[in-house]
Design a protein around this ligand. Structure first.
Ligand code: 4NP
Length: 150
């Protein structure tokens, strides 16, 4: 089983979107039993809060529910628990490393580093555009699945 933790700053916009998009992709391919997928934030700011309305609404449009997800913060223990710890942007990566310590097993990466056009995921907190973030995340998740051999 491959264990993946998607990470952003607050765990209310981007990383829950990646979590539920990736869960939907593996379910549609009938390979959900091969994966354990979660998301977390690097900040305590939104801990316990539900998924942001923009992410919730965008995923609703494509038939994906985020019910039951509440923001949590990444912990040092997550480094041992997960095989892949995937940030949304460069800044997340340094925040993740501050929390988990040195990435001695090479588990930490940025989602769109798996794509043909490595870049940060567009941050809807600033763009207010959840459509572009969704497209970025789908692109990243598709390339990630391919890297994992699916
Ligand atoms: P997320 O979005 O990191 O994609 O969940 C944000 C959530 C909260 C803040 C910024 C981005 N904030 O500044 O509180």
């Amino acid at each position: 089983m491959t264990k993946i933790l998607f990470v952003c700053l607050g765990n209310i916009c981007r990383s829950p979107m990646a979590e539920f998009v990736f869960k939907d992709m593996v379910k549609k391919r009938g390979i959900e039993k091969e994966f354990y997928i979660e998301s977390a934030g690097t900040s305590s700011e939104e801990v316990g809060n539900p998924v942001h309305y923009g992410t919730r609404k965008k995923l609703q449009q494509v038939g994906i529910s985020v019910d039951g997800k509440y923001a949590r913060k990444i912990t040092k223990e997550d480094y041992n628990k997960f095989d892949y710890i995937i940030g949304m942007e460069e800044h997340n990566i340094s925040s993740i490393l501050r929390i988990v310590g040195n990435d001695i097993e090479g588990k930490v990466s940025r989602l769109l580093d798996y794509s043909n056009n490595p870049r940060d995921i567009a941050d809807p907190w600033y763009t207010h555009n959840f459509d572009i973030t969704y497209e970025d995340i789908v692109e990243g998740c598709e390339f990630l699945l391919r890297k994992l051999g699916y």
